[in-house]
Design a protein around this ligand. Structure first.
Ligand SMILES: C[S@@+](CC[C@H](N)C(=O)[O-])C[C@H]1O[C@@H](n2cnc3c(N)ncnc32)[C@H](O)[C@@H]1O
Length: 674
């Protein structure tokens, strides 16, 4: 057996490295090799021929000949297949080497970006990575990341859809929020690749965004997500990193970023965020109870994973979040009632709440109460005390031990210890008075009451354990669905309360079904949402139209929201160019269609600089002999990836045929004067 056959057979023993068509996922293997993956190394060592070829023995230690292995995988193994032979004929190499093998070509982010980008323009395209995972050189990336031309702009309000006229730049509002007077004040939904969108947003919004919340693909490899989140580790991190770096530059000095993540990626993502935002700016990790034991399937699931996390970072270290409170339950520490609160404090008399409740039931003590109520007497008494405390919150107190009191206060506390059952008052100018009683201090139950979601409730300061946010039943929120990836509106409301004030700018560049935008819309924050997929009936735009029309799910009914509808948003797209051909190629069902697309590509697309159209034509019969997948891969490779979307610098270039409307919205957005 030839070496490459031996290698192929051995590698195919790992089912995760084999496609549904039985082909080896060679780039997965190469990636593993780059990371000295133990599973790969074990598999190679298990075969004597492979062990001898790809390892060198240095005084009893086997060393993996990584470079040789990768070169073999890239060349030898595939030189014999028809696709590679075809590529050689049409000369899609530089200096006899494939792009991937040339040292001067950097292994950079577009690798995965293009997969997501090229492979996921519509919801139903949940599929394997088939092609278009190309690597671009640095100068190509610079061009790719230029701001883009905007297209298909429209405005939605309660009267429906309208043609775009111009962006609003409300000088008064901008002055109030401390932003340059000409900052756009419209809510924006941008359809397109988020990396390119972030680069396009920079000129207008750099340093102005108060909060970025993202809920990226979790890299689960699970196909239950509607989009492709089965990246491998390093490409996922690269994907995240490129975007987070841009996100950092968009945040304002007093801004913060919140990133949803699961237990698998939290470690890697933490390191990445530490690197970009600085460890000193890390806020406590928030734990969410996102599941229930209903997800428990077998004993092997134990402990059942019910949590998710939100990693949060401020832009700078002198960051001040808002004080947010959550409802707390009554505590029996609030144990006494002041019978005569209307009198001066030195005359106050305290009675215990348990005594009051016992008396209410005609009992002298707890034994009689227990006898009267039965087994649940403790629960009953607690409920009664709670109700009494809520009703009389201004007169119900707890008796506390004050930590580190001043000398003056300590003296009064000592006095109260000596003269029992009498309240001593310490008057203070800069804070509430202190009341001492039997060596302790009094705290009123009313001081625990705060505005929570518009209601006065007993409260405690928000912690980083958010177990009160239900993920159950959020499916229909906003009138749109998103399988598995959707977040509760209440989660976003809590983050908004913590970080923002009304009119602050909020960005979500993994918008999905539009939860962040919907909550911002209902609570008066300005939002920018970016999403690459068109989810059709479940698109974020449909959700926002529902919101404008006053939909009543999610946070709509909270006292502090009482959503009635109204408002507007502006929809924009990044203008595609070669990307349109990529989408057509993906959709093609047969070779004839691909040949028609090739004709159009020759006439209209931007082809890679090393593509020789004459040679492609000469070998068209060879092209036809390839599998459909290979044909698609080849056509995608011919396209110049710099020109996926139209660069701002090409706005007036006739080749790109930008319409007057596109010129208008683009010039308005980037504030380009004629
Ligand atoms: C988990 S979902 C977000 C769900 C959202 N939090 C919600 O409540 O609906 C992640 C989203 O990121 C989008 N996405 C992934 N890669 C993207 C890219 N390169 N550009 C734009 N959007 C992207 C996916 O299409 C998906 O809709």
């Amino acid at each position: 057996m030839k070496l490459y056959e031996t290698l192929l057979n051995q590698l195919k023993k790992e089912p995760n490295w084999v496609t549904d068509d039985g082909e080896l996922k060679k780039w997965v293997v190469i990636d593993r090799a780059r990371n000295y993956d133990p599973d790969l190394i074990k598999l190679l060592l298990a075969n004597p021929k492979l062990k001898e070829t790809f390892f060198v023995d240095v005084e009893g230690t086997l060393i993996f000949k990584q470079e040789q292995f990768i070169t073999f995988m890239e060349m030898k193994n595939y030189l014999n297949d028809s696709y590679t032979q075809y590529k050689n004929k049409v000369g899609l190499t530089i200096g006899g080497k494939y792009l991937k093998q040339r040292n001067e070509v950097a292994l950079v982010w577009p690798f995965k970006d293009c997969i997501l980008e090229g492979g996921q323009s519509r919801e139903e395209q949940k599929r394997e990575e088939i092609f278009f995972n190309e690597i671009l050189a640095q100068d190509e990336i610079t061009q790719l990341l230029e701001p883009k031309v905007l297209t298909n702009a429209k405005v939605f309000d309660k009267d429906g859809e309208h043609a775009f006229t111009s962006f609003n730049r409300d000088a008064e509002l901008n002055k109030k929020r401390g932003l340059p007077e000409d900052t756009i004040t419209d809510d924006l939904i941008i359809k397109g690749n988020n990396l390119l969108a972030l680069h396009s947003l920079k000129k207008e919004f750099a340093g102005k965004v108060k909060l970025i919340y993202i809920d990226p693909p979790y890299n689960t490899g699970s196909d239950s997500f509607r989009y492709n989140d089965s990246f491998n580790q390093s490409s996922w991190l690269t994907f995240m990193r490129n975007r987070l770096k841009e996100a950092h530059s968009l945040l304002s000095k007093n801004g913060a970023i919140f990133v949803s993540i699961n237990h698998i990626e939290i470690g890697y993502l933490s390191l990445l965020l530490d690197e970009i935002f600085g460890q000193e700016n890390k806020l406590p990790i928030i734990t969410l109870k996102a599941g229930t034991t209903a997800s428990y399937r077998s004993i092997n699931d134990c402990p059942v994973n019910v949590t998710e996390y939100v990693l949060a970072y401020s832009k700078t270290s002198n960051f001040r979040p808002n004080a947010v409170y959550r409802e707390s339950s009554y505590s029996e520490d609030y144990s006494h009632y002041i019978i005569n609160k209307e009198e001066s404090p030195d005359k106050w008399q305290l009675q215990s709440l348990t005594e009051i409740i016992h008396k209410k039931y005609g009992c002298e003590n707890w034994r009689e109460f227990k006898k009267k109520i039965g087994a649940n007497w403790k629960k009953k008494r607690f409920e009664e005390m709670e109700a009494y405390a809520i009703e009389n919150k201004d007169s119900v107190v707890s008796l506390n031990t004050l930590q580190k009191p001043s000398k003056k206060i300590q003296e009064v506390i000592d006095n109260s210890k000596a003269t029992r059952n009498k309240v001593f008052e310490v008057e203070r100018e800069d804070a509430d008075n202190i009341y001492c009683y039997n060596g302790r201090t009094l705290a009123f139950f009313s001081s625990k009451f705060r505005d929570i979601d518009g209601e006065q409730l007993p409260s405690e300061i928000l912690t980083n354990l958010w177990s009160d946010i239900s993920f159950l039943g959020i499916g229909p929120e906003g009138g749109v669905t998103l399988e598995n990836g959707k977040k509760p509106e209440y989660l976003i409301k809590t983050i908004l309360e913590l970080i923002t004030s009304p009119n602050d700018i909020v960005l979500d560049y993994h918008l999905g079904s539009g939860t962040t935008a919907a909550v911002c819309h209902k609570t008066g924050r300005q939002y920018i949402g970016v999403e690459q997929l068109n989810y059709g009936d479940n698109d974020s735009t449909i959700r926002l139209i529902n919101v404008i029309n006053g939909e009543q799910s999610g946070i709509s009914d909270y006292e502090d929201v009482k959503w009635k509808g109204g408002g507007s948003f502006t929809y924009l797209e990044l203008k595609k160019y070669n990307q349109i051909f990529i989408e057509q190629i993906e959709e093609a069902k047969d070779t004839d269609t691909l040949l028609v697309i090739w004709e159009q590509m020759k006439a209209k697309s931007f082809l890679n600089y090393n593509v020789d159209i004459k040679k492609q034509e000469e070998h068209i019969e060879d092209f036809k002999a390839l599998s459909l997948k290979e044909q698609k891969q080849h056509l995608c490779e011919l396209l110049d990836k710099n020109q996926l979307y139209v660069n701002l610098s090409s706005l007036n270039d006739k080749d790109f045929e930008c319409t007057d409307e596109e010129k208008q919205v683009t010039q308005d957005f980037y504030q380009i004067k004629d």
